[in-house]
Design a protein around this ligand. Structure first.
Ligand code: SF4
Length: 424
């Protein structure tokens, strides 16, 4: 809590009070030796998570570790290992060792991978064993789809897209096959005992998040949210830190109401959103689509944004797509913080503006969200020949004669001279 207070520039007593109320969480498993403390909540900067992990058909362990380095370099506050292929346990352990950022998982993925994808054969005790083992290994936060109940599945299947959450679809298939209730919900006290013992934060999964605009804000989504609100209360009583996951695909005009509803139903628990994606028609540009939604989400109630990359809906992201996803979402998080008036959030924008007026390029790159990209782009259109004009008081966008910032300075000087002359 002291580290978070110092990092965020707020008082220790404010952090203490936010943690005590459950409006802030610090996902940090003491078994994760190298982890740093990162606060998630409305009192602090909006954070960004990068999803990584092997698929059964693409990428190897080394690729995902390279993507982890890339994600950390480009500002991921949190990472999740969502591996569903290869030796999941081995890659998770290596990612925990390599990541100072808190690391999250979805334990049901490893459970089903160990059963070769045979969902109906899952023994609930085996799932709980996987939760325990991952907690012992140092996983800082876990997505558990405990709020999707048997009665919700019928509602979800009336939708255009049905269930689009991997974890949600697994739990739904298991419940329908066995005619039983969600085992995580039924055995929630047992799960909380494990989480409490290892100080693991739970991220309540939204198994019924809408997968298209047509399904947004429907009965299935909000029925599950009500159960998540109940589980939040139980976690708080048990002393387990809890955050809540949210949509999904949501039209822009519905985002504010969605954020406010979660905050009300879940008593201010930090909201962790995927996107939201605000239109369904832009594959290859979904990082932009989702960053638009994420900016609104951060403005109106979300505390943690799960990045979306250009590969969303198309394939497993590569390293360049991880970088692009993080750039888009760090912009969204910061723009949301500025818009909601978070204390000090706009200071760096003001420093950037001052540096622009001074044509202090180094200072501009220092303020830039991606300094390397900004500097490289600036250098690309500076005159290359030896002896060419290298004046730094304009850029190639308008050129020296048409540079409005330069002209404004001349006007200002003119007015100062004229005022001085009048004074005489
Ligand atoms: S040349 Fe144009 S874009 Fe570049 S600094 Fe001047 S006004 Fe701005």
């Amino acid at each position: 809590m002291k580290a978070v207070a110092s990092e965020e520039g707020i008082s220790e007593s404010e952090v203490l009070s936010e943690i005590a109320s459950g409006r802030m969480v610090i996902p940090l498993n003491p078994a994760h030796d190298t982890v740093r403390a990162v606060g998630v909540g409305r009192a602090v900067r909006t954070k960004v998570n990068a999803n990584l992990g092997r698929s059964p058909t693409n990428s190897g362990e080394a690729d995902e570790l390279d993507k982890l380095s890339c994600a950390l370099k480009h500002g991921a506050d949190f990472v999740m290992d969502l591996s569903v292929g290869g030796d999941i346990s081995a890659i998770r352990r290596r990612m925990i060792d390599a990541s100072p950022a808190p690391l999250g998982t979805v334990p049901v993925y490893e459970t089903i991978a160990l059963l070769d994808g045979d969902v109906p054969s899952m023994d609930p005790s085996f799932l709980i064993d996987v939760v325990r083992r991952q907690a012992e290994e140092g996983v800082d936060f876990m997505t558990l789809h405990a709020g999707l109940l048997s009665k919700h599945v019928d509602l979800a299947l009336k939708r255009k897209m049905g269930i689009v959450s991997r974890g949600g679809s697994i739990m739904a298939e298991w419940m329908k096959k066995h005619g039983r209730e969600n085992p995580l919900y039924e055995r929630w006290d047992e799960v909380m005992d494990i989480l409490a013992e290892h100080d693991v934060t739970v991220s309540l999964g939204d198994g019924l998040r809408p997968g298209c605009l047509a399904d947004a804000s429907d009965a299935a989504q909000f029925a599950e949210l009500d159960v998540l609100g109940e589980l939040v209360e139980r976690c708080r009583k048990r002393g387990v830190q809890v955050m809540v996951e949210g949509p999904g695909h949501v039209p822009f005009d519905q985002i504010k109401a969605n954020m406010e509803r979660e905050q009300a139903v879940c008593a201010g628990a930090p909201f962790y959103v995927l996107g939201p994606v605000v239109t369904d028609i832009a594959p290859a540009y979904d990082h932009i689509v989702a960053a638009i939604g994420a900016t609104a989400a951060a403005t109106y109630g979300a505390s943690l944004l799960c990045y979306v990359t250009p590969a969303e809906h198309l394939g497993l992201p590569d390293m360049e797509e991880v970088r692009q996803g993080l750039a888009a979402f760090r912009i969204a998080a910061h723009a949301g913080d500025v818009a909601r008036g978070l204390k000090g959030a706009r200071d760096i924008d003001d420093r950037m503006s001052d540096a622009r007026v001074r044509f202090d390029w180094d200072a501009q790159f220092d303020c830039a969200l991606d300094p390397d990209a900004a500097r490289a782009r600036w250098l690309r259109t500076r005159p290359a020949e030896e002896g060419a004009c290298h004046d730094d008081d304009h850029c190639s966008m308008c050129g020296k004669a048409f540079c409005a910032v330069r002209t404004s300075k001349r006007i200002r000087r003119l007015m100062e001279e004229s005022a001085a002359a009048d004074g005489k």
